[in-house]
Write a protein that binds this ligand. Structure first.
Ligand SMILES: NC(=O)c1ccc[n+]([C@@H]2O[C@H](COP(=O)([O-])OP(=O)(O)OC[C@H]3O[C@@H](n4cnc5c(N)ncnc54)[C@H](O)[C@@H]3O)[C@@H](O)[C@H]2O)c1
Length: 153
Protein backbone atom coordinates (compact mmCIF):
# COMPACT_ATOMS: atom_id res chain seq x y z
CA UNK A 1 0.00 0.00 0.00
CA UNK A 2 1.22 3.53 -0.75
CA UNK A 3 0.86 5.54 2.45
CA UNK A 4 1.24 9.31 2.68
CA UNK A 5 2.29 10.32 6.19
CA UNK A 6 1.92 13.99 7.11
CA UNK A 7 4.24 15.02 9.93
CA UNK A 8 6.20 11.86 9.17
CA UNK A 9 9.48 13.33 10.41
CA UNK A 10 8.04 14.09 13.86
CA UNK A 11 8.08 11.97 17.00
CA UNK A 12 5.16 9.63 16.38
CA UNK A 13 5.29 9.99 12.61
CA UNK A 14 8.88 8.81 12.25
CA UNK A 15 8.29 5.69 14.36
CA UNK A 16 5.16 4.97 12.35
CA UNK A 17 7.09 5.35 9.09
CA UNK A 18 9.66 2.79 10.30
CA UNK A 19 6.90 0.31 11.13
CA UNK A 20 5.15 0.90 7.81
CA UNK A 21 8.35 0.32 5.81
CA UNK A 22 9.14 -2.78 7.85
CA UNK A 23 5.64 -4.04 7.04
CA UNK A 24 6.36 -3.64 3.33
CA UNK A 25 4.45 -0.43 2.60
CA UNK A 26 5.67 2.36 0.33
CA UNK A 27 5.83 5.56 2.37
CA UNK A 28 5.80 9.19 1.32
CA UNK A 29 6.32 11.87 3.98
CA UNK A 30 5.05 15.45 3.91
CA UNK A 31 6.45 17.66 6.67
CA UNK A 32 7.30 21.36 6.93
CA UNK A 33 10.10 20.82 9.50
CA UNK A 34 8.32 23.06 12.02
CA UNK A 35 9.20 20.62 14.79
CA UNK A 36 11.52 18.16 13.09
CA UNK A 37 14.72 17.88 11.10
CA UNK A 38 15.38 16.47 7.67
CA UNK A 39 18.10 14.16 9.00
CA UNK A 40 15.33 12.09 10.62
CA UNK A 41 14.87 10.65 7.11
CA UNK A 42 18.51 9.46 7.22
CA UNK A 43 17.89 7.76 10.54
CA UNK A 44 14.79 6.07 9.12
CA UNK A 45 16.99 4.83 6.27
CA UNK A 46 19.64 3.53 8.72
CA UNK A 47 16.99 1.49 10.51
CA UNK A 48 14.98 0.24 7.55
CA UNK A 49 17.55 0.35 4.69
CA UNK A 50 14.93 2.21 2.68
CA UNK A 51 14.70 5.97 2.35
CA UNK A 52 11.14 7.27 2.18
CA UNK A 53 10.40 10.05 -0.30
CA UNK A 54 10.13 13.32 1.61
CA UNK A 55 8.31 16.48 0.53
CA UNK A 56 9.18 19.53 2.62
CA UNK A 57 5.81 21.23 2.46
CA UNK A 58 3.23 22.87 4.70
CA UNK A 59 0.11 20.71 4.38
CA UNK A 60 -2.10 23.76 5.00
CA UNK A 61 -1.24 24.86 1.46
CA UNK A 62 -3.94 22.85 -0.27
CA UNK A 63 -2.79 23.53 -3.84
CA UNK A 64 0.76 22.38 -3.09
CA UNK A 65 -0.56 19.35 -1.22
CA UNK A 66 -2.79 18.54 -4.20
CA UNK A 67 0.32 18.58 -6.42
CA UNK A 68 1.86 15.97 -4.12
CA UNK A 69 -1.31 13.86 -4.17
CA UNK A 70 -1.31 14.06 -7.99
CA UNK A 71 2.25 12.69 -8.09
CA UNK A 72 1.84 10.08 -5.36
CA UNK A 73 -1.81 8.94 -5.62
CA UNK A 74 -1.73 7.46 -2.10
CA UNK A 75 -3.93 4.54 -1.07
CA UNK A 76 -4.05 5.81 2.49
CA UNK A 77 -3.14 8.85 4.56
CA UNK A 78 -1.91 9.03 8.14
CA UNK A 79 -2.27 12.60 9.32
CA UNK A 80 0.11 13.53 12.14
CA UNK A 81 1.09 17.03 11.01
CA UNK A 82 0.09 19.57 13.60
CA UNK A 83 1.14 21.51 16.65
CA UNK A 84 0.94 19.59 19.89
CA UNK A 85 2.25 21.62 22.86
CA UNK A 86 -0.64 21.86 25.30
CA UNK A 87 0.76 24.85 27.22
CA UNK A 88 1.54 26.82 24.08
CA UNK A 89 -1.90 25.99 22.66
CA UNK A 90 -3.46 27.87 25.61
CA UNK A 91 -1.20 30.88 25.05
CA UNK A 92 -1.57 30.94 21.25
CA UNK A 93 -4.91 29.25 20.55
CA UNK A 94 -5.48 30.93 17.18
CA UNK A 95 -2.11 29.76 15.89
CA UNK A 96 -3.06 26.21 16.91
CA UNK A 97 -6.57 26.40 15.42
CA UNK A 98 -5.19 27.80 12.16
CA UNK A 99 -2.55 25.11 11.70
CA UNK A 100 -4.38 22.10 13.09
CA UNK A 101 -7.75 22.74 11.48
CA UNK A 102 -6.43 24.05 8.15
CA UNK A 103 -4.05 21.11 7.81
CA UNK A 104 -6.84 18.60 8.48
CA UNK A 105 -9.20 20.28 5.99
CA UNK A 106 -6.49 20.45 3.37
CA UNK A 107 -5.72 16.73 3.78
CA UNK A 108 -9.42 15.79 3.64
CA UNK A 109 -10.08 17.92 0.56
CA UNK A 110 -7.13 16.35 -1.26
CA UNK A 111 -8.27 12.87 -0.24
CA UNK A 112 -11.73 13.62 -1.62
CA UNK A 113 -10.32 15.10 -4.84
CA UNK A 114 -8.04 12.12 -5.48
CA UNK A 115 -10.39 9.39 -4.30
CA UNK A 116 -8.35 8.30 -1.29
CA UNK A 117 -10.71 6.88 1.35
CA UNK A 118 -8.42 5.48 4.03
CA UNK A 119 -7.44 7.86 6.81
CA UNK A 120 -5.77 7.53 10.17
CA UNK A 121 -5.99 10.83 12.04
CA UNK A 122 -4.13 11.39 15.28
CA UNK A 123 -4.52 14.60 17.20
CA UNK A 124 -4.80 15.64 20.79
CA UNK A 125 -8.31 17.02 20.41
CA UNK A 126 -8.25 19.45 23.29
CA UNK A 127 -6.92 22.21 21.08
CA UNK A 128 -9.12 21.43 18.11
CA UNK A 129 -12.43 21.99 19.85
CA UNK A 130 -15.67 20.06 19.49
CA UNK A 131 -16.82 22.09 16.46
CA UNK A 132 -13.78 21.03 14.47
CA UNK A 133 -14.24 17.41 15.50
CA UNK A 134 -17.90 17.46 14.34
CA UNK A 135 -16.77 19.02 11.07
CA UNK A 136 -14.19 16.30 10.58
CA UNK A 137 -16.75 13.58 11.25
CA UNK A 138 -19.16 15.10 8.71
CA UNK A 139 -16.47 15.55 6.08
CA UNK A 140 -15.14 12.04 6.17
CA UNK A 141 -16.30 10.07 3.16
CA UNK A 142 -16.83 6.83 4.98
CA UNK A 143 -16.93 7.04 8.76
CA UNK A 144 -15.97 3.41 9.14
CA UNK A 145 -12.57 4.27 7.71
CA UNK A 146 -11.90 7.13 10.10
CA UNK A 147 -9.98 6.08 13.17
CA UNK A 148 -10.34 8.83 15.74
CA UNK A 149 -7.60 8.42 18.29
CA UNK A 150 -6.99 10.64 21.26
CA UNK A 151 -9.43 12.04 23.75
CA UNK A 152 -11.78 14.94 23.42
CA UNK A 153 -11.66 17.12 26.51
N1 LIG B 1 3.20 12.87 21.35
C1 LIG B 1 2.13 12.44 21.99
O1 LIG B 1 2.19 11.95 23.14
C2 LIG B 1 0.77 12.50 21.35
C3 LIG B 1 -0.33 11.89 21.97
C4 LIG B 1 -1.58 11.93 21.34
C5 LIG B 1 -1.73 12.58 20.13
N2 LIG B 1 -0.65 13.18 19.56
C6 LIG B 1 -0.87 13.85 18.28
O2 LIG B 1 -0.10 13.21 17.30
C7 LIG B 1 0.36 14.17 16.36
C8 LIG B 1 1.87 14.01 16.21
O3 LIG B 1 2.46 14.16 17.48
P1 LIG B 1 4.03 14.14 17.64
O4 LIG B 1 4.30 13.96 19.09
O5 LIG B 1 4.64 13.22 16.66
O6 LIG B 1 4.35 15.67 17.26
P2 LIG B 1 5.65 16.24 16.55
O7 LIG B 1 5.63 17.73 16.76
O8 LIG B 1 6.87 15.51 16.95
O9 LIG B 1 5.35 15.90 15.01
C9 LIG B 1 4.48 16.68 14.24
C10 LIG B 1 5.15 16.89 12.89
O10 LIG B 1 4.26 17.64 12.08
C11 LIG B 1 5.01 18.65 11.41
N3 LIG B 1 4.04 19.72 11.11
C12 LIG B 1 3.37 20.53 11.95
N4 LIG B 1 2.56 21.34 11.28
C13 LIG B 1 2.71 21.03 9.96
C14 LIG B 1 2.13 21.52 8.77
N5 LIG B 1 1.23 22.50 8.76
N6 LIG B 1 2.52 20.98 7.59
C15 LIG B 1 3.45 19.98 7.56
N7 LIG B 1 4.04 19.48 8.66
C16 LIG B 1 3.66 20.00 9.85
C17 LIG B 1 6.13 19.03 12.36
O11 LIG B 1 7.24 19.59 11.70
C18 LIG B 1 6.46 17.68 12.98
O12 LIG B 1 7.45 16.99 12.24
C19 LIG B 1 -0.03 15.55 16.87
O13 LIG B 1 -1.16 15.96 16.14
C20 LIG B 1 -0.40 15.31 18.31
O14 LIG B 1 -1.49 16.12 18.70
C21 LIG B 1 0.58 13.15 20.12
Amino acid sequence: MKVLVTGGLGFIGSHTVVKLIEAGHEVVIVDNLFNSKLDVADRIEQITHAKPKVFIQDVCDKEKLADIFRQVLPDAVIHFAGYKAVGESCQKPLMYYRNNIDSALSVLECMQEFGCKNLVFLRLLLYMGSLAVCLLQKLVLDKRQLILMGRQR
